[in-house]
Design a protein around this ligand. Structure first.
Ligand code: 2HG
Ligand code: ZN
Length: 487
């Protein structure tokens, strides 16, 4: 659609014409209703507006779009699969920004089996990246629930984590190089597939995790791992989070590197999933306040891995940490256990009225943290459903109090969002934890950085921002809170 509204300023019309010339008419969306899927986040909590949504086909087009926007002082909001939980990938309501969605840049460009690397464009979905690696006989180990829609560029720009970080690390750990386009259109590239390179500053790290505020990541070289040949999975009832931490220590003692995932799940989290998806069933006959999902994987045989898992569970029972356990007898069982875990996030989205806290804290303190934070939240919102779960093995818990069934999402959030998240995040900060372990900052947690970052950290962040994005055009309003006299 290329009809320019008469209400547009002459300069906007000129920018739109330029954008169409760069990406082609079909890849430049200008009608508000067509832009809506790109200007609203997937939980439908953030509704923005845009001048246009562009879908470039390659890095050169991204570069040309950014150069044009730089010249005309037009903000640009980079977007991958638009699965951010923090409102990080949609524009604000001003309507003056261009959303640059990377989904057309979806080519896996090279798999180098000798180097164990994969080079791909940023718009490849995580699922497609994993499938391409698997087709080549390798594992790309990042694993998150939204893998069908989230894209590698978004995974990089948020330094995504997920359920296999315990074994393989997060996106930063899995990346050898990136290509990124700077706000003025210049292209930075470190797509060299090197595992060692100490030639000065490691600039790629600036772009990873900075949520598109410094440059737009357009391609990456990622590490590949051997495909595991065996896995063993158990759904385990534990007495409490302290017992879960003890069990994790035991698991690491017995199975070492084979401990791939160790996920904590509270009773209310499982209940929510079962209520919202009645076709699924609980792995254990009785209800439990706390459960963990353990996965071991290895390149060895299934028998030894099963024996290790049984050893961990027996020790756990002997020591009174484990009260019941179901071991997956087949791949289908294992998938069913994982589905219960992976559906927790979407079940909250469907219910509405969830307060998202994404805490990390040293493992030695995490159980106490959960106890104290729960007591504080229940003092503020006594009927909240305590949906607490996540990547216990990484010291990362999604602490997401949910509205009671008889209170509307809007009312629950209006009354509780600020005070509950302030209490939980404040406690984490005082204990030297993080208020965003893996979800990023976006717009949702931006101003909370003022409470948890030192003035030195904030000043340095702003200095880096100004150095790379002097006109403050890339993903404005995200990540960086205003600094008095500097914003
Ligand atoms: C998960 O671990 C995701 O399921 C989403 O990080 C967590 O919705 C959430 O809070
Ligand atoms: Zn998570």
């Amino acid at each position: 659609m290329s009809v320019t509204s008469p209400l547009l300023q002459a300069s906007d019309a000129c920018v739109l014409e330029g954008l169409r010339a760069i990406v082609g008419e079909k890849a430049c969306i200008e009608v508000a209703s067509d832009m809506q899927p790109f200007t609203t986040d997937y939980r439908k909590l953030y509704h923005g507006k845009a001048l246009a949504v562009v879908l470039p086909a390659d890095t050169q087009q991204v570069s040309a779009v950014l150069a044009l926007c730089f010249e005309h002082n037009i903000p640009v909001v980079p977007q991958g699969g638009n699965t951010s939980l923090m409102g990080g990938a949609v524009p604000d309501g001003a309507g003056n920004a261009v959303v640059l969605n990377l989904r057309r840049m979806n080519q896996v460009q090279e798999i180098d089996l000798l180097n164990d690397t994969m080079t791909l464009q940023a718009g490849v979905t995580l699922q497609a990246a994993r499938a391409a690696a698997e087709d080549a006989g390798r594992l790309f180990p990042l694993r998150i629930g939204s893998e069908g829609s989230c894209q590698i560029g978004g995974n990089l720009s948020t330094n995504a984590g997920g359920t296999a970080v315990l074994r393989y690390g997060n996106m930063r750990d899995l990346t050898l190089g990136i290509e990124a386009v700077l706000p003025d259109g210049r292209i930075y590239s470190s797509l060299r597939g090197l595992r060692k390179d100490n030639t000065g500053y490691d600039l790629k790290q600036l772009f990873i995790g900075s949520e598109g505020t410094l440059g737009i990541i357009t391609a990456a070289v990622l590490k590949l791992m051997p495909l595991p040949t065996a896995s063993a999975v158990a759904w385990v009832a534990v007495d409490n989070p302290h017992a879960a931490v003890e069990l994790l220590t035991e698991a690491k003692r017995v199975a070492g590197q084979a401990v791939t995932a160790f996920e904590l799940i509270s009773g209310p989290a499982l209940t929510l999933v079962l209520e919202s998806m009645p076709q699924l069933s609980a792995p254990l006959p009785a209800a439990h306040d706390w459960m963990v999902l353990i996965e071991l994987t290895s390149g060895g045989d299934a028998e030894s891995l099963d024996a290790m898992l049984m050893g961990i569970l027996e020790q756990g029972m002997e020591r009174g940490l484990v009260t019941d356990a179901a071991v997956a007898a087949s791949l289908a069982d294992a998938r069913a256990f994982w589905m219960l875990r992976e559906e927790i996030s979407d079940a909250q989205t469907r219910a509405g009225g969830s307060i998202k806290c994404d805490i990390s804290i040293p493992l030695s303190k995490i159980a106490d943290f959960i106890a104290v934070a729960s007591a504080q939240v229940l003092a503020l919102a006594p009927d909240a459903r305590m949906v607490i779960y996540g990547h216990m093995g990484d010291g990362n818990v999604h602490f997401n109090p949910l509205r009671p069934k008889d209170v509307t999402p809007a009312l629950f959030l209006a009354e509780n969002y600020a005070r509950v998240s302030h209490a939980v995040d404040g406690l984490a900060t005082r204990q030297n934890g993080s208020i965003s372990a893996e979800h990023g900052i976006g717009v949702a947690k931006r101003d909370d950085l003022l409470d948890c970052k030192s003035s030195v950290e904030l000043e340095l962040m702003w200095q880096v921002k100004r150095a790379l994005d002097p006109k403050h055009l890339l993903n404005p309003g995200k990540v960086l809170p205003g600094l008095p006299g500097t914003a």
